[in-house]
Design a protein around this ligand. Sequence first.
Ligand SMILES: NC(=O)c1ccc[n+]([C@@H]2O[C@H](COP(=O)([O-])OP(=O)(O)OC[C@H]3O[C@@H](n4cnc5c(N)ncnc54)[C@H](OP(=O)(O)O)[C@@H]3O)[C@@H](O)[C@H]2O)c1
Length: 319
Amino acid sequence: MHKIPVGVFGASGYAGRELCALLSAHPHFELTFATANAQRGEQAFLGGREVRFIATDDAPIRSAELIFSALPHGASATWVERAQEHGARVVDLSSDLRPGHTKQNIPYGLTEVKRDSLRGAEVIANPGCYPTAILLSLTPLLERGLIRPESSIVVDAASGVTGAGNSPKPELLFGEVTENYRAYGVGNEHRHLPEMRALVDSYETNADLLFTPHLLPVARGILATTTVQLRAPLEEPLTIWRDHFAGEPFIEVTPDLPTLRDVQHRNVVRMTVRAAAGMRVPTLIILSAIDNLVKGAAGQAIQNANLSFGFAEAAGLPR
Ligand SMILES: NC(=O)c1ccc[n+]([C@@H]2O[C@H](COP(=O)([O-])OP(=O)(O)OC[C@H]3O[C@@H](n4cnc5c(N)ncnc54)[C@H](OP(=O)(O)O)[C@@H]3O)[C@@H](O)[C@H]2O)c1
């Protein structure tokens, strides 16, 4: 059967490697080139096969019908444009084309929310990893207008170190990260905020968003704890989440508290919701977990590419 030829920009990075590994098992996509920067010319064993990285400048863009860009933000947009000029469809994993970062109206690949705009899309802005975990778990409230006006949505989330990419940084050395736990981007300044703000603001709410990320001494996974004040108490919040996501292949609503181990290497968001006891204002605590490299990056990107090409949305994805 004819497979769609696919290129990956930034294939030597964490997200790019995950893409190459997932593509090796995809029924309709086939990797034809994989680019790197410092690691150009090197080889890696990904998804059970050797992949040789070439310089992005040398990529035979014309040979690909689909390109995933896993380049750093700032570097990605130019290559996305070049790929489009050569007639390829593109899924961009960087923040360059996401809402809050560009005035262009690019389909935003938060699949379960934006599915209709992704079918047949020529270019897709894949969401960030934290936004994927946080926004999906909030949509049952956002869509129903249940969030208390003038309140703050408070998110504390922790990510494994692959979320920071694989270029060397002193603060990410093993000795700094292991047996340690710390916050970063404190002061509501993280670069994922504009994209989260844009989606929240697209619903009828004037709630603020306060986000504090933390670094976990593990390789992969995000656990987000989101605290939301409500207009009125909810009898059975879990039922609302269950109804909202009924039939979704990659959303798991569970009465148990989700853990990283539940989601690692899987293209899922696993979430639960609990009412907070002893509060004057009715308050919910939502917990959601994802693998930042799968549902938070490469997996969701392939889910979106499947929609773009009209394949089964779950094709080639690990559940
Ligand atoms: N890591 C995650 O959990 C995650 C989740 C969602 C989205 N993303 C997004 O996905 C993208 C990749 O993230 P990552 O974590 O995989 O980063 P990374 O590990 O730092 O990888 C970056 C990739 O881009 C290449 N590269 C760097 N600068 C380049 C340039 N100027 N021109 C051409 N190639 C260049 C690197 O090549 P060399 O390694 O050979 O230098 C590497 O292949 C980023 O935009 C990131 O925001 C990442």
